[in-house]
Design a binder for this molecule. Structure first.
Ligand code: DGT
Ligand code: CA
Ligand code: CA
Ligand code: ZN
Length: 571
């Protein structure tokens, strides 16, 4: 349904017209139509297909034509032209949380603020709080969201970058001139967002590899090309670097190009202290320049007096000290996982059946899965299950289990935490489910105390096992809601509530930092892909990556338990 989109378009136009100083009645016409369309029950595309756009109150022939153009092409020439005429970057400013068109207009009228940069400057000079209706709280929020809006949209989601990189890696591997291929950089460290992809290769015939790399199908632009180094812009929008190195220094190069930069800096300092020199070519004796190590990462670490450090933890956040003291944790492995604990099916807003999800999960070697469709009354758009449908679904799951071999299906649910912290489903229904996930899907702007209190109250419900996507952030789209995370951890510990590591690429929630704090506090974590399609089940590895970045060992993650042990733990 594009009603909201159309309404937004008309509002943007009204706003631009107002800034241009157009006649009031013209501006109001757009605003009025926006309001009507926003509140229409019927899908505006359906109305258009019936040819009755101009039957909508407030939509005349001219406006109907514009809406039609927009629905047909996804663009409106008139709006594009208007944007060029008016200097205010409405779309950029609109990305700032809590900054509606009205406020943008006020800011323009009062201080001629046209873009993010000028907005930030004004906020830092405390000019915003002086505008009527805004005040210091709004000013503070604006500064916070400006910081967020500035960083968002530039980095790629791990899940997407990984797919692209692995496809290229497979192609490179098949070339007969290639010996070793490895993805390095932030991708090897499995950071939640990726700036660019870094490939390392050993080969006796660099020229051939280079030619292949710069002429792959998805290369849009070659930015640099030398005998052993190349940089390309991919059609998908991100860059990829490739370097060819000698076998003798493969380990040292891998270490160097995996980073993080901070981790490397500390390693080099350690080398210097030991009378050695570390570079991308190897570990050398400072005096004689003799090569001491370089073929593998292990031998480089060893020469520096360190145990091998897993890439996911190379962030200079205590791992080097731990490697010196031989106290690094034994991290959970990518094949330690036995199950997936969050997914949706056709019963609510997913696109596959229970059986299809189970079969796909079995292919990923899962031993069991938990179906966690939305339940309750308030979350209507996702087709939430009521009490009756929960019972019907149980029958279908029982039935599926008789048909399936080698995988077990559990019945769970994702239930909304309401505004007052109660749950959107009766206890008598929740009690019957194997696993109950509770999560927040509304009221993101609640003050910190309130959101914290809502989650705390949900954890106090004895049927709630897991808090799903605990901080509510969407990478590059929406920051986490305000949360007293310490308090959440205390309560989780006291109520033995598990916190989810949601592995949906946009969510990755808990993130690495929060997950590490939770583990430190003695709290168990679960991994759920939140799949709405069987193809998304493979995102499980992203959740394991977060767990590894959080220094988790096997026991910290309940997905490594057998179904029996897990249900016992959640009892
Ligand atoms: P990204 O691409 O922004 O997600 O992050 P990275 O870590 O992949 O960074 P990138 O692609 O600029 O460089 C790859 C690795 O190369 C980086 O993790 C460490 C190493 N590296 C790059 N520049 C420097 C540098 O100036 N000093 C040191 N020590 N290492 C560097
Ligand atoms: Ca990189
Ligand atoms: Ca790079
Ligand atoms: Zn959810």
């Amino acid at each position: 349904m594009k009603n909201t989109l159309v309404a937004e378009l008309l509002r943007n136009i009204a706003q631009l017209l107002e800034i241009k100083g157009e006649l009031v009645f013209k501006i109001r016409a757009y605003e009025k139509a926006a309001l009507v369309i926003e509140n229409l029950e019927e899908d505006i595309e359906e109305i258009w297909k019936k040819g009755s756009l101009d039957d909508i109150p407030g939509v005349g022939e001219g406006l109907a034509k514009k809406i039609e153009e927009f629905l047909k092409t996804g663009k409106l020439e008139y709006y594009e032209k208007l944007k060029k005429e008016v200097p205010v970057d409405m779309e950029e400013l609109g990305r700032v949380e809590g900054l509606g068109p009205k406020t943008i207009l006020k800011l323009y009228k009062k201080y001629k603020i046209k873009n993010l940069k000028e907005l930030e400057k004004a906020a830092k000079q405390h000019k915003i709080q002086k505008i009527e209706g805004l005040g210091p709280v709004v000013e503070k929020n604006i500064l916070k969201s400006v910081a967020f809006a500035k960083t968002s949209g530039k980095r790629f989601l791990l899940g997407h970058a990984l797919d692209i990189a692995e496809e290229i890696k497979d192609k490179l591997k098949k070339l007969k001139d290639v010996n070793k291929v490895e993805i390095a950089g932030s991708l090897r460290r499995m950071k939640e967002t990726i700036g660019d992809i870094d490939f390392l290769i050993t080969s006796k015939n660099p020229a051939r590899i280079m030619d292949f790399f710069i002429s792959m199908d998805n290369v849009e632009n070659v930015m640099a090309k030398g005998p052993t180094k190349a940089s390309v812009r991919l059609k998908e929008g991100l860059d990829a670097d490739l370097r060819i190195i000698g076998e003798k220094s493969y380990g040292a190069a891998l270490l160097y190009f995996t980073g993080s930069k901070q981790h490397n800096i500390v390693l080099r300092k350690i080398a210097i202290k030991k009378g050695m020199k570390l570079s991308e070519y190897g570990v050398f004796d400072k005096k004689t320049s003799r090569l001491l190590a370089g073929k593998t990462e292990e031998e480089c670490y060893k020469k520096l007096g360190l145990r091998y450090i897993e890439p996911e933890t190379r962030e200079d956040d205590g791992e080097i000290e731990a490697a010196q003291k031989n106290s690094l944790p034994k991290l959970i492995e990518y094949n330690d996982i036995k199950c997936d604990l969050q997914m949706h099916t056709k019963w609510s807003d997913g696109s596959n059946t229970i059986l299809e999800m189970a079969q796909a999960a079995k292919k990923l070697s899962h031993e069991y899965i938990c179906i966690t469709d939305h339940v309750g009354k308030t979350f209507k758009i996702v087709n939430s299950l009521d009490e009756k449908r929960v019972k019907l679904q149980r029958k279908e799951i029982e039935n599926a289990n008789t048909k399936l071999n080698g995988i077990v299906v559990l019945q769970g649910a994702e239930v909304n935490i309401m505004d007052d912290g109660t749950l959107d489903m009766k206890d008598s229904v929740l009690k019957e489910l194997d696993i109950v996930l509770a999560s927040i899907h509304s009221g993101f702007k609640n003050p910190k105390e309130k959101i914290t209190e809502r989650i705390v109250k949900a954890m106090e419900n004895e049927h709630v096992d897991i808090i799903a996507h605990p901080t509510g952030r969407l990478i590059n789209q929406r920051p986490a809601y305000e949360l007293d995370f310490e308090k959440i951890l205390d309560k989780a510990k006291a109520t033995k509530t598990v916190l989810e590591v949601n592995a949906y690429p946009e969510r990755m929630d808990l993130n690495d930092v929060n997950a590490r704090a939770a583990i430190k506090a003695g709290i168990k974590l679960s991994i759920g892909t939140d799949s709405h399609d069987a193809d998304q089940l493979r995102n499980c590895k992203l959740g394991i990556a977060i767990a590894r970045r959080a220094w988790a060992n096997k026991k910290d993650i309940i997905n490594t338990y057998t179904v029996k042990d897990m249900l016992k733990l959640l009892k």
